[in-house]
Design a protein around this ligand. Structure first.
Ligand SMILES: C[S@@+](CC[C@H](N)C(=O)[O-])C[C@H]1O[C@@H](n2cnc3c(N)ncnc32)[C@H](O)[C@@H]1O
Length: 315
């Protein structure tokens, strides 16, 4: 009979949890399932900890005891409400790896709709641009850098020349974003700024073909109501003000000074914000305004084209 011993592991709050594992070099996956009590969670954690796909996890039968201890530690954190991505320190977005920590929002699948919309627009303008230069993109409120990095990576793979600039107010978020650009081997310029405040002084007067943003858009009173784990994420990454629209008002009105004539502004929105945000695009003179739905058929992206007003006196 196997000798069972009790090991102690700390949870996120430093408390010690008693857990039982079998003291052997290799243990059977079934024993770990019993220990954690959630097969899907164990499998998901294993795929991160061992850096293998979920498919490969299904082929595992025995695992190293050290790995088992790591899985138990992470599972305890998740059970205490820590998002899995924070507990393992990484996640996947748009098929690319990203490091994350408590200073950045965990990239959401919903945001992939925003990337697809931007890439498809850019493929359209590249025909016209390719003999003249590169596509200039600004990612406002970059957080982990997931949008800037994914767009730049795709441009590089499609041989589309581009300059990608990414902004966040949080230096700690920018540290994470820089790591992600390095990890994915892309060249992105990062700037600390309260929205557009430092853009002119750092980037100069050159305007952008595209401005993209997934800003904070949760109504203050709704934060953490439907899902308590978001309370572990940075408040400034979530809080969109009383009606959730504060950042859209600023970005949509100020972006017109930074877009080329015919440039596109693309923003992610909450499922019930499409109409109001499209109204802000109308108010500020954008044209070709569209609302795009996500995979679950909810409003997710609003975009529009900026047309510079003809100068007075010109015909
Ligand atoms: C919703 S998160 C989006 C992060 C990332 N773009 C994504 O899609 O996962 C919003 C980001 O906006 C940043 N932010 C908040 N207020 C800002 C401001 N005034 N200027 C620039 N960035 C700001 C936060 O630090 C946070 O990283």
């Amino acid at each position: 009979m196997q000798r069972q011993v009790v090991h102690r592991y700390c949870d996120v709050n430093g408390r010690q949890n008693a857990v039982t594992v079998i003291r052997r070099k290799q243990i059977k996956l079934g024993e770990l399932f019993t220990e954690v009590g959630d097969r899907d969670l164990v499998r998901e954690i294993l795929s991160y900890v061992c850096d293998i796909s979920l498919g490969q996890v299904f082929l595992l039968q025995e695992i190293d005891n050290k790995v088992a201890k790591q899985v138990i530690c992470v599972a305890n954190e998740v059970k205490n409400g820590v998002p899995l991505a924070y507990a393992v320190g990484k996640t996947w977005f748009f098929g690319l790896p990203f490091v994350v920590n408590e200073h950045v929002l965990v990239p959401r699948n919903d945001t992939e709709t925003l990337i697809e919309t931007v890439l498809s627009w850019c493929r359209g303008i590249w025909e016209d641009k390719k003999n003249k230069g590169s596509i200039r993109i600004l990612d406002m409120c970059t957080g982990s850098g997931c949008i800037a990095v994914a767009v730049k990576k795709n441009f590089d793979e499609m041989n589309i020349r581009s300059r990608v600039v990414a902004i966040d107010i949080s230096e700690k978020a920018l540290d994470v974003a820089r790591k992600n650009a390095k990890l994915n081997e892309v060249d992105v310029e990062f700037i600390q700024s309260d929205l557009f405040k430092n853009v002119l002084s750092i980037v100069g007067g050159d305007k952008f073909d595209v401005i993209v943003s997934n800003p904070p858009y949760v109504r203050t009173g709704d934060i953490g109501v439907a899902d308590k784990t978001v309370l572990k994420e940075p408040w400034i990454a979530l809080d969109g003000g009383e009606d959730g629209l504060e950042f859209y008002r600023r970005i949509i009105s100020e972006a017109v000074d930074y877009l080329v004539d015919g440039g596109g502004l693309f923003v992610e929105v909450g499922f019930d914000q499409g109409f109001d945000v499209a109204g802000l695009f109308v108010k500020h003179g954008y044209s070709n305004i569209s609302v795009r739905k996500d995979m679950e058929n909810r409003d997710r992206v609003v975009y529009g084209k900026f047309a510079a007003k003809p100068k007075e006196g010109s015909i």
